[in-house]
Design a protein. Structure first.
Length: 118
């Protein structure tokens, strides 16, 4: 699964305009940092609560920006929560942190390339 689905980003660019995409990507990458910070705070119960909240929020934003791996993970966690099948585990939080970090790095690099080509 891709961290950045180029096709989806290009489609979004056509829909909103080439001048708007850097602004929205900056907002998206900023949200990823905020989510990482939230998952670093508190005990397991607090982190799990954040994980549930973040996963719900990420379902649509990650899909919109073509962050397929992050979207897939967010959907999985959110579905487990809805099915009352979610168990608090450090591994889930670590996996989300890793996915958030990788997605942030890939999108930051992509955003930098957009700005240098402008």
């Amino acid at each position: 699964m891709e961290y950045l689905n180029q096709h989806k980003v290009e489609q979004l660019t056509r829909e909103i305009g080439v001048d708007n995409i850097p602004v929205l990507l900056e907002i998206f990458t900023g949200e990823l940092i905020t989510y990482q910070q939230q998952l670093n705070c508190g005990n397991l119960a607090a982190k799990s609560a954040y994980l549930k909240e973040i996963s719900h929020a990420l379902k649509s934003s990650a899909a919109s920006f073509g962050a397929d791996a992050l979207c897939h993970l967010a959907l999985s966690v959110d579905e487990a929560v809805k099915q009352d099948d979610f168990v608090e585990k450090d591994e889930d939080i670590s996996f989300m942190m890793s996915c958030l970090n990788e997605t942030h790095q890939v999108y930051s690099k992509y955003l930098k390339s957009l700005k240098s080509n402008a």
